[in-house]
Design a protein around this ligand. Structure first.
Ligand SMILES: Cc1cc2nc3c(=O)[nH]c(=O)nc-3n(C[C@H](O)[C@H](O)[C@H](O)COP(=O)(O)OP(=O)(O)OC[C@H]3O[C@@H](n4cnc5c(N)ncnc54)[C@H](O)[C@@H]3O)c2cc1C
Length: 652
């Protein structure tokens, strides 16, 4: 049943989105053991072997999709083993089992084979229906194929890539310095499109799209936009802000005032590390509340938090305004790993594939199981169609078992002397066991204490503290982008919106893939939401946001997406009922690795062993990888931690 607003929004239109999920949603309540989201394939023992099995082309609710997490949640709730039948022994034995098929797990398998030789037998167990973890590929069919990233956007990091991480990128054939030749960096500028801010009527009394005079949120359209005085003038004329707020905004950007004049640079930094950016703005600069509302969401794409929960020191490191006259010494900061001086070597090391770092995952799978991802270069991987039936073949030294959740990893006998581990995993309602000489846990750290009961209590506590940052990465396929052209907008920051940011897709053409270059061509809009709860401590914000993501239906998300696009782009002629052709919401309740924060994590300023150092200690035949092991939400961390974990099990 749809009301008139729903009809206007096109909620009843047949597009590629939630339809296939309905059957699954019904099945979800029926069993705590995992069911398969490919309802049509449910009768088959191994749906991955079907020629129709192709997860990147699925739309609707992706990311942590229904079917991926139920076994782990039941394990957490203590119900799993009561409901599970007796495990079935497979008689399979491996040199290494890797839990988690993200970049860390795939890289671990790769490094292990380099150390142990190509005949080493490796099994990778992954609970999702696709490999890559957060490095997720979304495909769409339009008049020509559209590729999108459902998670990891690009090769980039605030810190320079380590020799190991760089070495792997090169070994995969990715020529990072060649990136400029693939990106149409001035495409949107050539149509006079620029970043804008959407003021919503709930906060500001009227919906209004206004030029952003100083974009602070990363827009990811590829354009380097340098606003001029005329943009400030336009903003001042059009923004629904009070005169006082406008005056404060000018002060914030233009004043060169030292707000802590009696302190040295080090003392100021120590003070700023303990003060939120909101407090800095409200207490020291004393700006109007409207300015705080305006900038509340700017750090969300980086930290999954607003300015209430990041330190003023980190805000300085990120180049936010207000620090011009503070005379702070540029030096590596000790906030959320942010360097207060942008590291040029790190900044230059950037590469975006149309599917983001899913291309890295696919290249790693090609190294491990060549017949699964055909082709020979880092460019041709872009259009290569992965053959999922080849991932888990008995004859192959490396196997990737999707739709399988590791539920128990234990040594066979006393861990001090055991020669083997037994790994149990749940797959399609049954539990199976395999044996292995070693196991690398490359999965999310919060699940490890439930799986590896043998670990010391202190290590389990440290692992549990790594609860991740929740996010939505949404891709919306639209018929054309003429509304963007009419409005002169390339990206939108929406501080009060359901999604806080939306951008036209970064235009990259590579390996035969051509990005849309004309406004009358279909394109993807990328939207980002972090469900944080301003005012609470960071971890509580994440916990509540995670709950929100798990309990919001796809229908609600879709309605919010359509409504937001209609209100933002409607004045440019956008009609959601007509123009939206597909929606994929990548839901990541367990998204970015938690990064330490000087406001909430005392140890981060006080020194000493950090929780991730305790969490990643090897235990007998078990080593621990994943980006959580470095408390750093970047691809290079996932690779570096894989390297360390492999070193721990192969040394000696
Ligand atoms: C939305 C998003 C955008 C990002 N953008 C960037 C970016 O632009 N650049 C960048 O460098 N980094 C980015 N990151 C961070 C980067 O993606 C990660 O640091 C990196 O990909 C993590 O890889 P990983 O293998 O450590 O973890 P993951 O990718 O999370 O992989 C771990 C895998 O283990 C699986 N798993 C968990 N429990 C079990 C179990 N019991 N049994 C089996 N499998 C299990 C998980 O489902 C998951 O697939 C982003 C992250 C997110 C979430």
């Amino acid at each position: 049943m749809h009301g008139s607003r729903d009809r206007e929004l096109g909620m009843c239109r047949a597009i590629t989105r939630r339809d296939f999920l309905n059957g699954v949603a019904l099945a979800a309540g029926a069993s705590v053991l995992p069911f398969h989201p490919f309802a049509a394939l449910a009768a088959e023992a191994d749906p991955e072997n079907s020629p129709n099995y192709y997860p990147p082309a699925l739309t609707g609710l992706r990311g942590s999709h229904p079917g991926a997490f139920e076994a782990a949640h039941s394990l957490r709730d203590g119900a799993f083993w009561e409901e599970a039948g007796k495990p079935i022994e497979t008689a399979e034995a491996y040199d290494l089992v890797v839990v988690g098929g993200g970049i860390s797990g795939l890289a671990a398998a790769h490094f292990f084979r380099q150390a142990a030789g190509p005949k080493a037998r490796v099994l990778i167990i992954e609970n999702h229906d696709d490999f890559g973890g957060h490095a997720k590929r979304n495909e769409f069919q339009a008049s020509h194929p559209l590729l999108g990233y459902g998670g990891t956007f690009s090769i980039e990091s605030p810190e320079p890539y380590s020799a190991v991480a760089k070495g792997l990128i090169e070994e995969l054939g990715i020529d990072v310095p060649s990136y400029p030749k693939y990106v149409s960096k001035d495409l949107y500028r050539s149509f006079n499109l620029q970043p804008m801010i959407f003021f919503d009527k709930e906060t500001s009394g009227a919906d209004r799209l206004v030029v952003d005079p100083q974009p602070l949120i990363s827009s990811e359209t590829g354009d380097r936009w340098s606003p001029g005085p005329e943009d400030w003038e336009k903003f001042m004329a059009q923004a629904p802000l009070t005169d006082l707020a406008k005056r404060d905004l000018q002060r914030l950007f233009r004043d060169h005032k030292d707000y802590l004049p009696s302190l040295s640079s080090d003392q100021k930094k120590a003070r700023l590390a303990r003060m939120s950016y909101v407090k800095f703005l409200s207490d020291l600069i004393q700006v109007e509340r409207q300015i705080i509302q305006l900038y509340q969401a700017i750090p969300q794409p980086i930290f999954g938090l607003g300015i209430d929960a990041i330190s003023a020191q980190d805000a300085w490191g990120l180049g936010y305004p207000g620090f011009q006259g503070m005379n702070l010494e540029p030096a590596p900061g000790r906030g959320m790993n942010r360097d207060a001086i942008p590291n040029q070597e790190a900044e230059k090391y950037f590469f975006h594939f149309p599917d983001g770092n899913a291309s890295i995952a696919r290249l790693l799978v090609r190294q491990l199981i060549p017949e699964a991802v055909p082709g020979a270069s880092a460019n041709d991987v872009v259009l290569a169609r992965a053959n999922y039936a080849k991932l888990d073949q008995e004859a192959s030294p490396v196997r990737i078992r999707l739709n399988s959740t590791a539920v128990r990893v234990k040594h066979r006998g006393d861990p001090a002397v055991a020669k083997e581990l037994e790994i149990a995993y749940a797959r399609r309602g049954k539990v199976y066991t395999v044996r292995a000489a070693h196991c690398i846990m490359a999965c999310w750290h919060v699940v490890i204490p439930y799986i590896c009961q043998e670990l010391p209590a202190q290590q389990k506590d440290a692992l549990s503290s790594a609860a991740k940052v929740p996010l939505l990465y949404t891709n919306v396929a639209i018929r054309n982008w003429t509304s963007f052209q009419k409005l002169g907008v390339s990206s939108v920051y929406a501080p009060g919106g359901y999604h806080a940011a939306m951008t036209l897709d970064l235009p990259v053409s590579i390996g035969g893939y051509e990005c849309p270059k004309k406004p009358d061509e279909p394109i993807l809009i990328h939207m980002m939401k972090t469900p944080c709860k301003p005012g609470l401590p960071a971890r509580d914000q994440h916990r509540m946001g995670r709950f929100e993501l798990f309990t919001t239906t796809f229908e609600t998300m879709e309605r919010n997406i359509r409504d937001q696009l209609a209100r933002t782009l409607g004045p440019g002629g956008f009609d959601p009922a007509r123009d939206i052709t597909a929606i994929t919401v990548n839901r990541w309740p367990h998204g970015y690795a938690y990064e330490y924060n000087s406001l909430w994590d005392d140890f981060w300023l006080n020194g000493g062993e950090t929780p991730c150092e305790v969490a990643r200690k090897p235990f007998a035949r078990i080593a621990i990888a994943n980006a959580d092991a470095g408390a750093y939400a970047y691809t290079d961390c996932a690779i570096d931690q894989a390297w360390r974990a492999v070193g721990e099990i192969t040394k000696g």
